[in-house]
Design a protein around this ligand. Structure first.
Ligand SMILES: [Zn+2]
Length: 101
């Protein structure tokens, strides 16, 4: 996947468009990532015991990586990610500034 845990991303589609956040977790099989503070859903939790109040719990839902753009830590701009292979290792590069990320 082009986007990894710890990356800063910009949301380019959907209701959170324009927001930025940090990737907390990646789901490579589904091509989704969990972004801190983005795509929040509120869930109501029912009281377990009588007399207890129900709680509202906020959870983050994963987003498709196609809805995101990586913010390059080198140039600070939302960038496309490319790959460079050297010494049999694959590196990610920023297509904007050409730096390794
Ligand atoms: Zn860059």
């Amino acid at each position: 996947m082009k986007i990894k845990k710890g990356d800063q991303v910009l949301i380019v589609k959907g209701k959170d468009k324009g927001k930025k956040g940090k990737v907390l977790k990646g789901f490579p099989k589904e091509l989704k990532v969990l972004v801190e503070g983005i795509n929040i859903k509120k869930r109501h939790r029912r009281p377990k015991k009588q007399g207890e109040k129900g709680q509202v719990v906020e959870i983050f839902l994963p987003l498709f990586i196609s809805n995101l753009k990586l913010i390059c830590p080198k140039c600070g701009k939302p960038s496309k990610v490319g790959y460079k292979i050297s010494d049999k290792k694959k590196y990610r590069i920023c297509k904007n500034c050409g730096e390794e990320i």
